[in-house]
Design a protein. Structure first.
Length: 196
């Protein structure tokens, strides 16, 4: 009997997602350095060996999560640039979109851990940093555009963007730190940091 290759591919993708979701949860709760493949397998309800059929190591799984998160964030930033209105409207769209997404907190926390621990080799950390800087550049470009429009304060654009990123990204850590989920009302005070 011929195998259904499309069904097999879908099942493989579902299992891979199951493992990645389990890894995201365990990396967030236990920390990247302390997590073992057996912890991820247990969370996914799979055998230790089954995880290795999809990922050759914890490091490969970590890199997959980080790269997926960074590319997803990059897509959101590119979509932000396509939004109608001035730069403040585009940044408002970004903040609201960010607050409405699920798993933002764990994705951001995992990226921070990947950058800060010795789990990954320096070359991979450098790639993560390069992706981060490319995403930061998308925000700097929008801040510069807003400065030309007069909707964003005149200040060093890179520094102003970094202040915005610090406030914006750390919303993702509120729940992890015990502050609860940020409400949509935080959007306006963050945007106020940028206004002339």
């Amino acid at each position: 009997m011929a195998r259904n290759t499309e069904r097999d591919r879908q099942q493989r993708e579902e299992r891979r997602k199951q493992i990645m979701d389990a890894a995201r949860y365990v990396f967030t709760k236990r920390g990247v350095a302390a997590t073992k493949i057996s912890d991820i397998a247990a969370q996914a309800g799979l055998s230790h060996g089954n995880v290795y059929n999809y990922f050759e190591s914890k490091e490969q799984l970590l890199v997959t999560l980080v790269v997926q998160g960074q590319h997803g964030y990059s897509s959101i930033l590119q979509e932000m640039h396509r939004q109608p209105g001035d730069s403040i409207h585009k940044l408002r769209w970004l903040l609201v979109t960010f607050l409405n997404l699920g798993q933002v907190d764990s994705n951001y926390w995992i990226v921070l851990q990947a950058q800060a621990t010795d789990v990954l080799p320096q070359a991979m950390k450098a790639e993560i940093t390069a992706n981060m800087m490319a995403n930061r550049r998308l925000l700097i470009d929008l801040v510069e555009e807003g400065q030309k429009e007069g909707t964003i304060a005149i200040w060093d654009a890179e520094e102003l963007t970094t202040i915005f990123i610090t406030a914006f990204h750390n919303l993702a850590l509120w729940e992890i730190r015990g502050f609860g989920k940020p409400a949509i009302t935080v959007v306006e005070p963050i945007l106020k940091l940028l206004r002339p």
